[in-house]
Design a protein around this ligand. Structure first.
Ligand code: ADP
Ligand code: MG
Length: 888
C-alpha cells in the first residue's frame, strides 16, 4: 500500500524570527524542507512547531511548549540523543524523513567567536530517510533496502529506473516502457522513490514513499558529469552504453545521496544494467496476488519466499528474494542454475558441508558498505578477513571436486584474489576486535614493532607502578596503602584516613591531593613519572593503531568491487544449496524445459498451502495439469472452498520457481518458457484495495488482454465476480473468448459461472475441469481433487450448511432453488441464446481498429516539439472538432 508521503511539516517556514535561536532554527528548517528537523540542544534533539506535533503523535511522547512565536506558544518535544536511533526508526517507519541539525562548535568556541551571548553554531549534518539508511539497527538483514529514482526522457519513449541498496552498494538501472513501470517498481519495491518535481502524476502503487526532487537533478548532462565524478572515471562507457534517461535516473539518485549525506561518502558499485528482456514480466497485481516475496498484508512470512527460504546467510536471503521476484526467460541461464541445484540436491554430504561453511561466514557485503561509507571499524575488517578467508578455503575445497557444474566452474574464480588482503588483515587484527576503535587494543601483537614497543613501555610502566606500591607499603608500614587510578587524578596513592598523618608530613615525599570520607589521596614524584610514561605510551599506541586501521580500511575498500563480486558468488552458492536442501526435504523435482508452450505437471502442490496444512497434520492433495497448444485453456468449476484458487496459483508458482532456476513442488514437471505471467483474482476476493474493486479487476484484466502472448501463462480466478450476475457472466464469457482466440496463451480460468462451460462447444482449445466434492450422509466432503468435465452441480447450499448457516435458512433456500431451476429448464437459463452468438473471432474482423480513424491521423501529424503554446491549444481544439464530427 502506498503510504502517503508526510505533509510538509511547517507551512510558515519563512516566518520572521523572534530570537536569534529562532532565526537560526528557521534557516535550518528552510534547508530541511519537508523533513522533520531534529535540532540539537545539549543532550536532546528538540522538535518545534508542526514537526513537534507530528513527532509527538507518532512517537507517543509529551508535547510541551517553549516561549512564544507571533503571539502563539511554540509547540515542542524532544528525544534524548543517546536514544535517538530508536525514535528515528519509528519516525522513518511511519513515513517521515528527518534532518539532523548538530551543534558544530562547543559553547566555549561560540563564546570565543562571538562573546558571551553567542549562539552555538548548528548545521544539518545528514538526512535520515527510508531509502538511505545505513544503521544496522534500522535495517533488516535479510531484505534489501532500496532507493530508486525514475526519469523519463520524452523522446526516448522509455522510463528509466535506477535503484541502489546503499548498505551493499548494489546499483542497477533499467529502462522500461511506460506501461511496465509499475511492474518494475513492484519488483524493486523501493523504500523511497525519487521523481522530478516537474514529472506528472505517477501510479506509485509499489513505492513506500515518493520524494519530489528538483528537475535539475534529473538533467542528463549534469547527471553524466556527476556520475563521472562520483566514480572517478573519465567516461561512463566502461560501465556500459547508457541511454540519456538511464543516466538521468542514476544521476538523480547520486545527487540525492549527496544531499542526504551532505557530502559524506556513500558506497555504490558501478551500475549494472538490468535487462528486462531476459526476465519474466510480472506486473504489480500478479506479484501481489501470488504473494511471491511478501503476503498481501506485507509480511515475508506466509509468502513463497518465507516458506521456502533455507538460506544460511543474509546475502543469500537477499538474493533468493531477487531471484523469485525476477525469474529468467533465458533457457541456458535457467539450465545453468538448475544444474547447480541438481548437483547439490544429489549430494547431501557436499550440500551439508557447503552450507555449514557458508553459515560460518559474516555478512561481508554490508561490512564493506560500512567501511566504504566511513563508518566501519575493526570489527568490520575482521568480518572481511573471516568471510574472504572462508571463501578462499571454500574455493580450494570446491575446486577439488570432479564434474563441477558449469555455473560453479565459472563462479569459482570470483572467490579468489583476496589472498594478500586476507593475509594482511590476519596478521594485523586480533581474533575478535571491538566494534569501536576508540579504546585501541585491536591490532595484533607482532604486526608493528613500534606499536609493540609502546605497549611494552606501558606494560613496564604498569609493572613499575606495582613495584612502587610494594615499596611504599614497606617504607610507610601501611599494609592497606594502594595505588589507584581514576579519570580525574590519574594514578595516585590512597590510604585509610587514620594512617594519613604520616604521609602528610612535608618530608614524607608525598603531596596531598584529596581528602574523602574514609580515605586520603596523595601523589609522589616517582609515581608521577611512571604514570606519565604509561599514559604517553598509551596515547601513542592508540594513535598508531588508528593509523593502521585507516591503512587497512583503505586497502580493503580499494578492492571493493572484487570483494562485492565474491560476496555475490557466496550468495549464489547459498541460494543454490538452500533450494536444493528444501527440494530434497519436500520431495520436489527438477523441471524439464520444453521448446513448445506447454505446461505438464504431475502431482503438483502449492508449497504455502501445503506447509499450512502440514502444521495441522492435514495432507495436501496433489493435482495434475496438462496444457498444450491444442488444449491451452482450462475452465475450472466446482464448489466454493473446493481448491480452485489453490490449483491455479500452485501452477503459477511452479512456473516462477522453475524459471528462477529451482526445483518445483511436483512429481514431475515440464514447461515451455513463460515470457509473461499474469494472475488476476475476482474483486470480491480482494477487498483490501482502495479503488472500486470491480474497476480494478477490469483495469487489470484489460492489461492481460493487451499484453499476453502465446508464450504467456495466465491465471484468472473468478474474474467477473465483482459485478452483477449478468454483467459478470457476460464479461467472463468474452474474456475467455478473447484469451482463447486472440492472446492464445496458456490459461487456467476458475469460475463459479456454470454457464461458461458451454464455451467448450465452440472453443476447441478449451477444456472443462472441476474440483471434486461429494455429499455424504447430508454433509459435503471437499476432495480437493481435480477431475475432467464440468462440475455436476454447484453445491452452494451444501457449502452454506458446512459454514453453519441455520438449517431453517438452508431449507428455505432449497425451496427457492427448486423454483429457480424449474424456471431455468423452461427458458434455457442465464446463458440461453448465447450459443447463437457469432464467434468472438468473427466479431473481431469488424473491430473499429481497422476503420479509418481521423482523430488518430490528425494526432499522428502533430509534432509537439515544434508547436508554440498557442498552436498547441489550437491543435487541441481541432482534435475536439474531429471527435464531435465523427460521432454518429
Ligand atoms: P476455492 O477457490 O475453490 O474456493 P481454495 O483454493 O481457496 O478453494 O481452497 C480452499 C481451502 O481448501 C484452502 O484454504 C485449503 O485449506 C484447502 N485446499 C485447497 N486445495 C487443496 C488441496 N489440493 N489439498 C488439500 N487441501 C486443499
Ligand atoms: Mg477461490
Amino acid at each position: 500500500m502506498p503510504a502517503a508521503a508526510p505533509k510538509p511539516a511547517n507551512s510558515n517556514s519563512a516566518a520572521p524570527a523572534a530570537t536569534p535561536m529562532m532565526a537560526q532554527y528557521w534557516v535550518l528548517k528552510e534547508k530541511a524542507g519537508d523533513c522533520l528537523l531534529f535540532y540539537r540542544m545539549g543532550d536532546f534533539f528538540e522538535l518545534f512547531f508542526d514537526d513537534a506535533k507530528a513527532a509527538a503523535a507518532t512517537l507517543d511522547i509529551a508535547l510541551t511548549s517553549r516561549g512564544e512565536h507571533e503571539g502563539q506558544p511554540v509547540a515542542m518535544c524532544g528525544v534524548p540523543v543517546h536514544a535517538a536511533e530508536g525514535y528515528l526508526a519509528r519516525l522513518i517507519r511511519a513515513g517521515h524523513r528527518v534532518a539532523i541539525a548538530e551543534q558544530v562548535e562547543t559553547p566555549a568556541e561560540a563564546k570565543a567567536r562571538g562573546g558571551s551571548k553567542a549562539l552555538v553554531a548548528r548545521a544539518i549534518v545528514r538526512f535520515v530517510t527510508a531509502g538511505t539508511l545505513t544503521e544496522e539497527s534500522l535495517l533488516e538483514g535479510r531484505s534489501a533496502n532500496r532507493l530508486a529514482a525514475l526519469a523519463e526522457i520524452g523522446s526516448e519513449g522509455a522510463v528509466a529506473i535506477a535503484a541502489a541498496d546503499i548498505s551493499t552498494g548494489r546499483f542497477e538501472v533499467v529502462a522500461v516502457r511506460p506501461e511496465a513501470v509499475d511492474a518494475e517498481l513492484a519488483r524493486l519495491s523501493p523504500s523511497e522513490l525519487l521523481v522530478s518535481e516537474s514529472a506528472g502524476e505517477l501510479p506509485m502503487s509499489s513505492a513506500r514513499q515518493l520524494v519530489r526532487r528538483p528537475p535539475s537533478d534529473f538533467s542528463s548532462t549534469t547527471a553524466q558529469k556527476r556520475l563521472e565524478a562520483f566514480f572517478g572515471v573519465q567516461t561512463l562507457d566502461g560501465f556500459g552504453a547508457f541511454s540519456r534517461g538511464e543516466i538521468a535516473a542514476m544521476g538523480a539518485l547520486v545527487a540525492y545521496l549527496d544531499h542526504v549525506g551532505t557530502g559524506a561518502p556513500t558506497f555504490l558499485q558501478p551500475p549494472v544494467r538490468h535487462l528486462a528482456s531476459g526476465r519474466m514480466a510480472i506486473d504489480a497485481a500478479t506479484r501481489e496476488s501470488l504473494e511471491l516475496v511478501r503476503t498481501m498484508a506485507g509480511s515475508r512470512e506466509g509468502s513463497l519466499l518465507g516458506t521456502i527460504d533455507r538460506t544460511v546467510t543474509a546475502a543469500g536471503a537477499r538474493l533468493l528474494a531477487d531471484d523469485l521476484a525476477s525469474p529468467l526467460t533465458d533457457k541456458a541461464a535457467i539450465l545453468d542454475r538448475l544444474d547447480l541445484v541438481d548437483a547439490l540436491a544429489r549430494d547431501a554430504l557436499w550440500r551439508g558441508d557447503l552450507r555449514a561453511a557458508l553459515r560460518a561466514l559474516p555478512d561481508a557485503g554490508r561490512a564493506l558498505g560500512r567501511l566504504v561509507a566511513g563508518r566501519g571499524g575493526p570489527r568490520d575488517l575482521a568480518q572481511l578477513r573471516d568471510a574472504l578467508g572462508g571463501a578462499r578455503l571454500l574455493r580450494e575445497r570446491l575446486a577439488r571436486r570432479p564434474d563441477l557444474p558449469p555455473l560453479l566452474a565459472r563462479l569459482l574464480p570470483g572467490l579468489d584474489g583476496h589472498g594478500a588482503l586476507v593475509d594482511e588483515l590476519s596478521r594485523a587484527l586480533i581474533d575478535t576486535p571491538p566494534v569501536d576503535a576508540a579504546q585501541g587494543g585491536y591490532i595484533a601483537e607482532g604486526y608493528d614493532h613500534a606499536l609493540d614497543a609502546l605497549r611494552d613501555t606501558a606494560r613496564d610502566g604498569r609493572k613499575a607502578i606495582a613495584a612502587l606500591e610494594t615499596g611504599y607499603r614497606d617504607r610507610t608500614g601501611i599494609a592497606s596503602l594502594k595505588i589507584r587510578h581514576n579519570g580525574v587524578l590519574g594514578y595516585h596513592v590512597e590510604v585509610p584516613a587514620k594512617y594519613a598523618d604520616a604521609l602528610m608530613a612535608p618530608e614524607s615525599g608525598f603531596a596531598h591531593r584529596q581528602t574523602l570520607a574514609g580515605v586520603v589521596r596523595f601523589n609522589s614524584a616517582d609515581l608521577h613519572e611512571a604514570a606519565s610514561r604509561v599514559t604517553q605510551a598509551g596515547v601513542h599506541a592508540v594513535a598508531a593503531e588508528a593509523a593502521h586501521l585507516e591503512a587497512l580500511t583503505e586497502a580493503a575498500t580499494a578492492r571493493r568491487e572484487q570483494i562485492a563480486a565474491s560476496c555475490d558468488v557466496l550468495a549464489r552458492l547459498d541460494v543454490a544449496a538452500a533450494l536444493a536442501d528444501h527440494a530434497m526435504s519436500h520431495n520436489w523435482c527438477r523441471p524439464d524445459l520444453a521448446d513448445t508452450p506447454c505446461l505438464d505437471v504431475a502431482g503438483g502442490r502449492h508449497p504455502v498451502v501445503e506447509a499450512a496444512l502440514a502444521k495441522s497434520g492435514e495432507r495436501f492433495v496433489p493435482n495434475d495439469v496438462s496444457l498444450s497448444d491444442t488444449d491451452r485453456l482450462w475452465l475450472v468449476t466446482g464448489p466454493n472452498m473446493g481448491g480452485k484458487s489453490t490449483f491455479l496459483r500452485q501452477n503459477a508458482l511452479i512456473v516462477v520457481l522453475a524459471q528462477a532456476g529451482g526445483f518445483v513442488p511436483a512429481a514431475s514437471a515440464k514447461l515451455g518458457l513463460v515470457d509473461k505471467l499474469f494472475s488476476r483474482v475476482g474483486a470480491s476476493d480482494n477487498l483490501a484495495r482502495g479503488r472500486s474493486t470491480f474497476m480494478v479487476e477490469m483495469v487489470e484484466t484489460a492489461a492481460i488482454l493487451a499484453q499476453a502472448t502465446p508464450q504467456s501463462f495466465v491465471i484468472l480466478d473468478e474474474v467477473g465476480r465483482g459485478t452483477s450476475t449478468y454483467d459478470g457472466l457476460a464479461l467472463a464469457w468474452s474474456v475467455v473468448e478473447a484469451v482463447h482466440e486472440v492472446n492464445r496463451c496458456r490459461c487456467l480460468f476458475a469460475t463459479h459461472y456454470h454457464e461458461l462451460t458451454r464455451l467448450a462447444e465452440t472453443l476447441d482449445a478449451l477444456s472443462l475441469h472441476h474440483v471434486r466434492a461429494r455429499e455424504w450422509q447430508g454433509d459435503l466432503v471437499l476432495l480437493h481433487e481435480l477431475a475432467d468435465g464440468p462440475a455436476d452441480r454447484s453445491y452452494g447450499l451444501a457449502v452454506a450448511r458446512l459454514a453453519g448457516v441455520p438449517a431453517s435458512v438452508v431449507k428455505r433456500a432449497e425451496a427457492v432453488l427448486a423454483k429457480l431451476e424449474a424456471g431455468r429448464e423452461k427458458t434455457g437459463g442465464l446463458a440461453a441464446g448465447l450459443d447463437d452468438l457469432p464467434l468472438f473471432a468473427a466479431t473481431l474482423v469488424a473491430a473499429p481498429a481497422a476503420a479509418k480513424d481521423g482523430l488518430r491521423d490528425a494526432l499522428a501529424a502533430i509534432d509537439p516539439d515544434a508547436l508554440a503554446p498557442r498552436e498547441a491549444l489550437e491543435a487541441l481544439y481541432a482534435l475536439k472538432r474531429i471527435l464531435t464530427d465523427e460521432r454518429p
